[in-house]
Design a protein around this ligand. Structure first.
Ligand code: GP9
Ligand code: MN
Length: 465
């Protein structure tokens, strides 16, 4: 069964992305054995961790400067609903770009002019893809070097953004029209403190409103706005889009861009990106029509890349380059972060950041102090935030250099440069990733938040229902 499963769905077990698919592929009995082994492995690391282990990680985090708030921004969105949108596979290179004289993302291009737009914002996900992006955003911790933390450590103690907001009177919800067990979301969300998860069964999903992975993004927003209006306010709501997912399928009628990019995959991607853009436009229309707009802020982020290196030849041609160099590859990990606050003008922000920074940045806007000793990210509106991003594979971007595949590049020119220029930050990047991993493997947040629980983890019985 295991061999067959690996043939039919490569990476099924290493990525462990869907409980139900794994069960279907390897059988219920094998799944229980697999889950037991996975859990025992994780539990062992946790059992041997004690409050001493937290000292190194915590002293590392405590060295971070205390954020100095920007009085114009701190609390600028206090008490407002937070509408967080995960934009499936949206990379920054499609923004502000035209094909055949047509913008690929006309609505977003317009929106960034009226928003805080972080132009040098990077995705930091690993194998957990969408769920890793969610994890970064909600916890300001890095995802794991392999596997999906949503699966492997769904029972850890976290100080999540929804749980902090709940203490401040927020209602917290997620909208995603996929099976609730995908990425183990149902269990993880409960642990992160989400009050409600509107998943597949809450939506009216039919053949005529679905494509590819499921419900199309426009009907998804249309249906979910009604649900959001029923929620107590203020709320923190996370909307996870789906249509712009590989293999980028779209109904003819939804194709607003038809451009031959020299690769069928890239051409399809441009069309589904265009559709995603249209769906976000619809979300804003609906928010305005229903009155939600005025008492909400919108935080939109791309979750991870959509065009993998397999398609780099076509992408290089599309971008008018000879090839995609390792330096270019890092530039391609840029995803948009757009924060729209009705009533505020916004601006383009050149600081370098990543998904790990979203949690403290949102807290800053809501007027809630952040704890640098519990977060790896920085609030990007604070006056003294650093400017860098560390990617999950150890690559990093600072103001001066880009480091990847053991090579150091000048950030301004993209030319290889003296390795010594990358050396000091390379150490920091390694430490940052290592301490974050240690916190997750040892479930150290339980000590950092003041708990003394050293009891071994009990296998996740709820999964055996
Ligand atoms: C599925 C969606 C897509 O629910 O989040 O998953 P991905 O493959 O992008 O991680
Ligand atoms: Mn995704």
């Amino acid at each position: 069964n295991l061999v067959m499963a690996e043939v039919v769905r490569p990476e099924l077990l290493t990525r462990t992305f869907d409980r139900q698919i794994i069960v279907k592929s390897i059988g219920t009995y094998n799944y229980h054995v697999y889950d037991f082994v996975l859990n025992t492995r994780m539990t062992t690391k946790k059992v041997f961790a004690d409050s001493e282990d937290v000292v190194d990680a915590q002293s590392f985090l405590r060295q971070q400067p205390k954020p100095v708030v920007d009085p114009a921004m701190f609390g600028a969105a206090e008490g407002k609903n937070v509408i967080l949108v995960s934009l499936e596979s949206l990379q920054s290179f499609v923004l502000e770009r035209e094909v055949n004289g047509q913008e690929i993302t006309p609505f977003l291009n317009d929106l960034i002019e009226k928003s805080f737009y972080f132009e040098h914002f990077y995705q930091q996900t690993g194998q957990g893809k969408t769920s890793d992006a969610e994890f970064l955003v909600d916890n300001s911790l890095y995802p794991l070097p392999s596997g999906a933390v949503y699966f492997t450590h769904a029972q850890n103690t976290f100080e999540s953004l929804p749980s902090i907001l709940k203490e401040r009177g927020y209602y917290t919800a997620v909208f995603h029209a996929n099976d609730k067990t995908f990425w183990n979301r149902d269990l993880m969300y409960a642990n992160l403190g989400y009050d409600r998860f509107f998943s597949l069964t809450d939506f009216d999903v039919r053949e005529d409103n679905s494509v590819g992975w499921g419900l199309k993004d426009i009907p998804f927003f249309e249906q979910s706005i009604g649900m959001a209006l029923e929620l107590p306010q203020p709320f923190y709501g996370k909307w996870i889009t789906l249509t712009n997912h590989f293999p980028f399928e779209l109904d003819e009628a939804d194709k607003l861009i038809d451009y031959d990019a020299g690769s069928a995959n890239l051409s399809r991607y441009l069309a589904t990106v265009r559709y995603l853009d249209e769906s976000v436009k619809r979300l804003f229309e609906l928010a305005k029509e229903t009155g939600l707009y005025d008492n909400s802020i919108f935080v939109l982020y791309g979750d991870h890349y959509g065009i993998s290196s397999e398609y780099y030849r076509a992408l290089a041609r599309f971008l008018g380059r000879e090839e995609i160099t390792p330096y270019d590859h890092i530039q391609l990990q840029k995803v948009p972060l757009i924060i729209h606050i009705p009533g505020m003008e916004g601006k383009r922000i050149a600081t370098i950041g990543g998904q790990v920074d979203v949690k403290p940045t949102i807290l800053h806007l809501l007027g809630i102090e952040t704890r640098p000793d519990r977060n790896f990210g920085h609030d990007l509106f604070s006056v003294n935030h650093p400017s860098y991003a560390i990617l999950r594979d150890g690559s990093f971007i600072t103001e001066d250099v880009v480091y990847t595949e053991e090579a150091c590049f000048d950030r301004a020119t993209g030319e290889p440069t003296d390795e010594a220029k990358c050396e000091s930050f390379r150490e920091r990047a390694e430490q940052e990733l290592r301490y974050s991993d240690e916190i997750i493997y040892g479930d150290l947040m339980r000590f950092m938040l003041g708990g003394t629980d050293t009891a071994p983890q009990i296998p996740r019985l709820s999964m055996y229902k």
